[in-house]
Design a protein around this ligand. Structure first.
Ligand code: SAM
Ligand code: SF4
Ligand code: SF4
Length: 369
């Protein structure tokens, strides 16, 4: 396959902070009345895996231009921006990437973020999504730094299939060891995310459910999404969550559970015999845009309002221009107040044109999942 560099950067101007200054009140809402509650921060665009659905090797090869270090937000910049988001109402921060554990001294960033508190004085929920490959080594220091919980991605228990899917020869045993270490370090309740691709790993659904049933780890099945422009997404490879639930229920009867909160993305199902629960995230077949309270900060400090956005707002430019906290807070308010994004909902209602596979869509590894 010929090499394609996927454009992720857009030409962006310094965000608008005109008009009356908007100090944070925690009451910010967008055009669809959605508050701002979650911030996902991508700390690196690099990864040691080449998952076929996220960073296919033929695109992310040795010639791929990852961001230079100077382009990345520093820990000081991330903390400053995060503090302003928290004043605006953010209660939960998730670190992601790329592979966040590859960012050098990530524990130092976690320590800084763990010191932030909501305006009411509550500690933040600080989590991290990882491929688990070096979690066994890092779990203790992450917990000591103040990480609340961790989500580990694992797409198969079958070792040959897993190596094929991560395309970097990492073994299932490494990830399972990481999960054990995270448990031992108290990074609980632990979640494991499995992206389901029909025809690739759907035969692993029941074995994965069996493995994690009764372990205290919540296994969540994610529908394969059309995010980015490099994975050659096709609707025929999406296995609807309803089918995931039906397949598991054949072996282990399930009953629906109440959502923990209105903004929860996963639908919860409990094992009737009391062996814990699973979750399904139906990003394609049951859009949850109506309750989407998430903003995403890219590795180089652009603010994205949707996973499927092709335009980011250059907060790094604003920060590096010497803007005050008030100016940054006003810019964030302006951006969120104008937010209209609801891509999955529109896709589900067939209101969107068929996506152009060559359109400049932002990549998952850059914006963070
Ligand atoms: N490297 C870390 C990891 O894999 O957990 C964090 C970043 S990764 C982009 C975050 C999550 O996005 C992972 O659980 C991954 O499986 C998921 N993901 C990536 N591409 C996806 C796609 N096309 N559809 C659904 N989930 C996807
Ligand atoms: Fe890396 Fe995570 Fe993407 Fe896999 S899903 S290539 S582990 S960033
Ligand atoms: Fe949120 Fe965009 Fe996903 Fe809808 S498609 S849930 S707006 S990230």
């Amino acid at each position: 396959m010929s090499r394609r560099i996927i454009p992720v950067a857009d030409v962006s101007a310094i965000p608008d902070f005109s008009g009356v200054a908007t100090p944070p009140s925690g009451l910010l809402t967008d055009t669809l009345h959605r508050p701002l509650r979650d911030l996902r921060i991508s700390v690196t665009d690099r990864c040691n895996f080449r998952c076929v659905y996220c960073m296919p090797r033929e695109v992310f090869d040795k010639d791929y231009q990852f961001l230079p270090h100077a382009a990345l937000l520093s820990f000081e910049e991330i903390e400053r921006i995060a503090r302003i988001f928290v004043a605006h109402g953010v209660e939960k921060i998730r670190l992601t990437g790329g592979e966040p554990l590859l960012r050098k001294n990530i524990e130092f960033l976690i320590e800084r973020l763990a010191r932030l508190a909501t305006p009411e004085g509550r500690p933040l929920d600080i989590t991290l999504t990882t491929n688990g490959s070096i979690l066994a080594r890092k779990a203790r220091s992450l917990a000591d730094a103040g990480l609340s919980r961790v989500t580990v991605s694992l797409d198969a228990l079958d070792d040959a299939l897993f190596r094929q899917m991560n395309d970097a020869d990492f073994a299932v045993a490494d990830v399972l060891e990481g999960i054990e270490a995270a448990h031992a370090a108290g990074l609980a309740p632990l979640k494991v995310n499995m992206v389901v691709k029909r025809g690739t790993n759907d035969q692993e659904i029941v074995p994965m459910a069996r493995h994690f049933k009764g372990s205290g780890t919540v296994l969540r099945f994610i529908e394969y999404m059309d995010v980015g422009a490099s994975n050659g997404w096709n609707m025929t490879e999406v296995l609807p969550s309803a089918e995931v639930v039906a397949r598991i229920a054949e072996d282990f009867p399930l009953r629906p559970l109440e959502a923990h909160s209105a903004a929860e993305t996963a639908q919860r199902w409990g094992y009737v015999d009391g062996g814990g629960e699973i979750g399904v995230i139906s990003s394609v077949t049951r859009a949850f845009c109506g309750s989407c309270t998430r903003a995403r900060l890219s590795t180089e400090g652009k603010l994205y309002l949707c996973l499927f956005a092709n335009h980011g707002h250059d907060l790094r430019g604003l920060v590096r221009s010497g803007a005050s906290d008030d100016t940054i807070a006003t810019a964030i308010a302006r951006i969120w107040e104008r937010r209209t994004d609801r891509y999955s909902q529109l896709r589900g209602s067939n209101a969107l044109p068929v996506p152009d596979p060559d359109a400049p869509r932002v990549e998952m590894s850059y914006i963070g999942g």
